[in-house]
Design a protein around this ligand. Sequence first.
Ligand SMILES: [Zn+2]
Length: 341
Amino acid sequence: MTFESIIGQERAIRLLSRMLQNGRLAHALLFTGIDGSGRQTTAKALAMALNCANPVGVSACGVCRSCQKVISGNHPDVIIVRPSGAFIKIDQARALRKHLRFAPLERGRRVIIVNDAQTMNAEASNAMLKILEEPPNDTHIVLTASQTTDLLPTIVSRCQNIHFRPIPVAEIADVLVAQGNLNQDTAIALAILAKGSLGRVLSADAKKWMAWREQFLGRVGSVSREPIQELFVFAEALAHDKANLEDALDMMTTWFRDVLMCKFQPEKVLNGDFMESIQGASREFSVDEILEKMAAVFAAQSAILKRANPRLALEVMMLCLRLGNARGDSLHGEAPVGLEG
Ligand SMILES: [Zn+2]
């Protein structure tokens, strides 16, 4: 949990390191970025660095007593505030203000980490603002939120904002491979679905998820050959599978992206373990047809985001995937023209 171990956030770490080197670390920091991009880990790494007995440069050693206390959540001067239920409430902010009246218990610096600061309700936000207006000496406050617009502008203006980018697919895949148990193809497939959040994949049940993916992509590969009635059943099942629906549509998008890519740069196919069926579809469809199918998936994603009836949106999508343009002749379940090569 040292700065060196943070994945994919070189810029944020560089900024923090420079502030530490120059002795100019702001009293109030705001880490913005998606969940799982490393904001909370970095906040803890910063707390460790500020209290470490044997720092290496500006980074914590990770092994001294102080570092161990931060890692185990037992450091008396590193306080983490989390939502209690859906919100961070006024009582929590009041307790924090009370606590800050006393000097730190150990010799280093006190660090208050407020996770999901956007969940502070109006009263808690106002109490936090008072803390930020007069931060005690030797205390640093780190707020984490998705984006600055989630917070009161008066809070944002008192903090130095550091943005955490979504972590690139390749870097997430490297972590998954380094952890063992996953081969490169599987790691990339999982990393794509992470959408920039390492936290998201690390908390996923990789085995269960891979089994689901295999079954799902197998089905996607055969959509153009299945009878319409079967596809409506598929659409209905997907619409009911709310936990996986978003991932399923994302996966379809990358699958058709791969089908297209296979025509030009097959080495850039992401779902490498499905190469055979991707190659088949790539031969079967023209570029225009593939783009049409991708557009159909995008349209379904967008309609569902706008709270359209998912089943209806998915049925329309299936029809477009199955028939494409002017393929009325295949309504009765025969293979579409050109399938036989
Ligand atoms: Zn240390």
